[in-house]
Design a protein around this ligand. Structure first.
Ligand SMILES: Nc1ncnc2c1ncn2[C@@H]1O[C@H](COP(=O)(O)OP(=O)(O)OP(=O)(O)O)[C@@H](O)[C@H]1O
Length: 587
């Protein structure tokens, strides 16, 4: 089933590409002259919007300079054409795309530190500054009236339109492949949570920069095509205000979905044309786009997602009516009869600790959140880290996983000192963590999320087995359609499948019902031997702690209050007095 789905997903874009080429050829011979020119404008706009879909839609970064990258691409193509650089138009176009991509990386660098309005100001400022410069330096050939040479085989408008369609199809195939690859998953992950992205070993910087580069490269290609279309490009075709309108169009339509980028590109040309036909000044097109953008930003969704949700609801309803089971129920019922053999691999008593924390200290101003905390985690063991609210448990996890670099003390993973490493580097070495808050990007499917987290190709059987083992939904289920509790289970499953040496779980069962809690505990206790990993679990539910933990460390006011085998710690009068109270500990 999974294999058949994957084959279909690989073949579908190719089939659509062939159909798109056929439609493009049909239009190139069927449309009348004026509409051919409009159609070329649409295709160039679609490529630019497709790029914006990557940076704004997938990676969630505000970028208001798409037409500046287009201007860079157009300038490079015009310059290469005027100077008759060998290779011809396709090579010039590629060079325009590369130039746009490089400029994108340059503008993307501030994006590593800036967010939201600040980043919008930087990108719009870049667009305005480049616009002023472009007016000064002009496009090569524009002053002397030397037109950009089109490709020899596609010199008429009709032929050039078909050439533009071929370029669009290639760009769309590339984006479709990237969106389904690990890079695409990293864009969606970084849009949802930078901490969550780093925690799975993915560099946040490279995710953001690659989104900027791909988006700007498509901008450059779009501009290069415009240069070939108009043949004498001018700065006014790439004004910053138009970049703003294009951004709104991308947000409103949901341009990370390829069909919606096509819709957005068509709208880009259609709205001004309709206004012209009705005798309304074309600049009112910006007002129309602005209103559509306000609607999209206030509703928090976009047209593409809205339409898809409608279809998904209908097909889900049909599925539930037919089978009378939801996807989650299917996962749970399968688990009830699922028996997984545990690996028989006991740990020698004298085995060195897989995680060793020595004298860890964290200070927030005057508050000592952690003070001299030391602990050792043995291979394939489950250690419970408990303590009252504010005891320092989450601070401990943040410090050990690298999210609080200003801590004192030492962290050793399998004997290696990782104290100075960034979170992503620690994750790649085998120290994985999950979060108290939901950090699972809803735009992905279960399978694409697991494959992203595991950073390698796990085979289909392994994937299905592990998801069933932990009671997760089917691989093809979209994460946006499952509840938060189930998303946390999927987060745990993915982390486990990444084969960590140590997995730190921060309240993993939050959001699960009481029964699911107990089931989760049973599954959790089998993870260390089955997946050869040690677990540190932070949990308030003492039933779960009793079910799964072999050892316990109790924190109180940032210090270790007690440490050792489970029963010994839970019987410690100091723990009873300071943390739980007699009634609860004896219950
Ligand atoms: N960024 C921060 N700035 C200042 N103080 C902080 C910060 N983060 C945590 N603290 C403080 O550090 C102490 C430890 O907090 P922490 O969140 O680690 O506790 P916890 O044991 O995880 O609590 P809970 O069980 O409620 O999650 C608390 O007093 C908290 O207010």
């Amino acid at each position: 089933m999974l294999l058949a789905n994957r084959r279909l997903r690989t073949a579908l874009p190719l089939v659509i590409a062939v159909v798109a080429l056929a439609v493009g050829w049909g239009l190139s011979v069927g449309l009348s002259g004026y509409y051919v020119f409009l159609a070329i404008s649409s295709v160039t706009a679609i490529i630019a919007v497709l790029g914006l879909g990557v940076v704004t839609g997938s990676a969630g970064i505000i970028a208001l300079s798409q037409l500046t990258f287009a201007a860079i691409g157009a300038w490079v193509v015009a310059w290469m054409s005027v100077n008759e650089i060998p290779g011809g138009f396709p090579v010039w176009l590629l060079a325009g795309g590369v130039a746009g991509g490089l400029a994108g990386i340059l503008i993307g660098l501030p994006a590593l530190r800036l967010r939201g309005v600040n980043l919008a100001v930087v990108t719009l400022g870049f667009a305005a500054a480049f616009d002023v410069m472009l007016i000064q330096i002009q496009f090569p050939g524009s002053v002397d009236g030397i037109p950009v040479s089109r490709p020899e085989l596609f010199s008429s408008d009709r032929e050039y339109f078909f050439f533009a369609v071929i370029v669009l199809v290639l760009c769309a195939l590339l984006i479709s492949w990237l969106q389904r690859s690990r890079i695409g998953s990293s864009w969606k992950a970084v849009a949802f949570s930078e901490r969550g992205t780093a925690a799975v070993g993915q560099s946040v910087s490279s995710a953001k920069l690659s989104a900027f580069a791909v988006s700007a490269a498509l901008g450059g290609i779009s501009g290069g095509l415009i240069a070939g279309q108009v043949q004498l490009p001018f700065a006014s075709s790439f004004a910053p205000l138009q970049s703003l309108a294009l951004y709104i169009l991308a947000v409103m339509s949901g341009a990370y979905l390829i069909d919606m980028a096509i819709f957005g590109g068509i709208l880009w040309v259609l709205v001004p044309e309709l206004l012209k036909k009705w005798g309304v000044p074309q600049d009112w097109g910006f007002v129309v786009f602005g209103l559509l953008g306000i609607q999209a930003l206030t509703s928090g969704t976009n047209l593409g997602e809205g339409i898809r949700n409608l279809f998904r609801k209908r097909s889900r309803k049909r599925l539930v009516e037919g089978a009378d089971l939801t996807a989650h129920e299917v996962g749970t019922s399968v688990l009830d009869v699922f028996a997984v053999p545990e690996a028989a691999n006991p740990v020698p008593a004298d085995a060195p600790p897989v995680l060793e924390v020595v004298d860890l200290g964290v200070q927030f101003g005057a508050l000592k959140a952690l003070d001299g905390v030391s602990l050792q985690v043995r291979p394939r063991s489950i250690m419970g880290l408990i303590g009252p609210n504010g005891a320092g448990k989450s601070t401990f996890v943040d410090a050990v996983s690298g999210f609080l670099p200003q801590h004192t003390g030492t962290v050793l993973l399998d004997g290696q000192d990782i104290t100075r490493l960034a979170p992503a580097a620690r994750a790649r070495l085998g120290l994985r963590r999950t979060f108290q808050q939901d950090r699972v990007p809803p735009q992905l499917t279960v399978e694409s999320y697991v494959r992203f987290v595991t950073r390698e190709c796990i085979d289909n059987d392994e994937l299905t087995d592990a998801l069933t083992f932990l009671g997760c939904p089917a691989p093809e289920e979209r994460l946006s359609t499952v509840d938060v509790g189930t998303r946390r289970l999927i987060e745990v499953a993915a982390a486990v499948l990444s084969g960590p040496k140590v997995l730190i779980l921060d309240e993993p069962a939050a959001g699960l019902s009481h029964d699911e809690h107990l089931q989760f505990g049973q599954r959790l206790s089998r993870i260390p031997s089955r997946f050869d990993t040690a677990i540190v679990i932070i949990e308030h539910d003492l039933d779960l702690v009793r079910t799964v933990c072999t050892e316990i460390t109790v924190l109180d006011f940032g210090r270790v209050l007690a440490q050792g085998p489970q029963q010994e710690v839970l019987d410690d009068p100091a723990v009873i007095a300071a943390y739980m109270g007699d009634a609860e500990i004896n219950s």
